[in-house]
Design a protein around this ligand. Sequence first.
Ligand SMILES: [Zn+2]
Length: 289
Amino acid sequence: MTSSADEKVLDIIYIMGSGRSGSTLLSSMLGSQRDIVCAGEVYNYMNFFESAEARSRKCSCGEALLQCDYWQQIRDRLKQQKGTELLDLKDTDRHTFDENNHALLSAIRDVSGKPVIVDSSKRHYRLKLLLKSGLFRVTIVHLIRDARAYAYSSLVTARKNGESDTAYYKKILQWQKKNIGIKAIYGRHPRYVQMRYEDLVRNHEAELERVMRLCDLTLDTGRVFDPSVNQSHEFSGNSGFISKGLDEIKLDTRYLESLSARQWLVSSTLVAPCLTLFGYPVFSRGVPA
Ligand SMILES: [Zn+2]
C-alpha cells in the first residue's frame, strides 16, 4: 500500500453487544490511551446536532455541545469539505455511507490527533457497511455480560416504570438472539475479539491488551485511571466517567441476590447452551470463573 492509501484507511474499534453490557466502561478505558479517541454512538451524529435540543445538550467534556471547541473544529472541517456540517451517517446507500462516514471519522481523527477511533454504535447494519467498505480497518469487540445480570438491570427499570416482570424473560431471549447472531456473523472475522464484561472488570490490562495488539498499539496502564488524560468529547453516552480510579470499577452483582429462585431457574434454562458457549455458570449462582 502507498502511504496515501494508508492514510485514507481509518482504524476503527467497533463495539458490538447488547447494551447495558459495559460498553461505556470499555470505551472509557480505551479512550484513556494516547492514540485512541472515543467517538461514542457515531451513527446518531446528525440527530444530536440538528435537533432543537442540541442547544441544551452537553458534550461529555462538560461544555454545551454547540460551544465545544472540539466539535466546532470538526463541524468547520465538514462545512469546508462537504458544504454542510450535518452529514447523515445512517444513509445505507453504500456510496453515501462511505462518503459521509469517512468524512466525519477522518475529521474526528485529525482534530483529536489520535489515529484509532472507538465507535460504540453497536448496530449490525452499520458494522456490515463499515466492513464492506474498503475505507475502514475495523476491529470488532463483541462485549458480553452474563444474561441474567443484563436482563436484571432491565427488570429494575421495568419495575420503576410499573411494568411486569415478564420484561426480564423477554430480555433474556433478546440477549441470546443478539449474542448468538454476533458470534455467528462475525466470529470468524480475523479482527474479532470476544470479551466478557466480567473479565474486563477483573483483569482490564489483559483484556485491553488483546484489543490494542490488533491495532498495533501498546497499553499504557498508567493512563487508564488518570483523570487528567481522560478528557472525552462524546455527544452521547456518559463516557469519561472513570475519575476516582480502580475502586470505582466493581462488578455489579446485585442480580445474584435479587433474582428469585424461579426467575433464576427459568431464565437459566431458557438460554443454557448460550450461557455455556460464553463460559457462564448455568445453574449455580456466581460470577464466571
Ligand atoms: Zn466537548
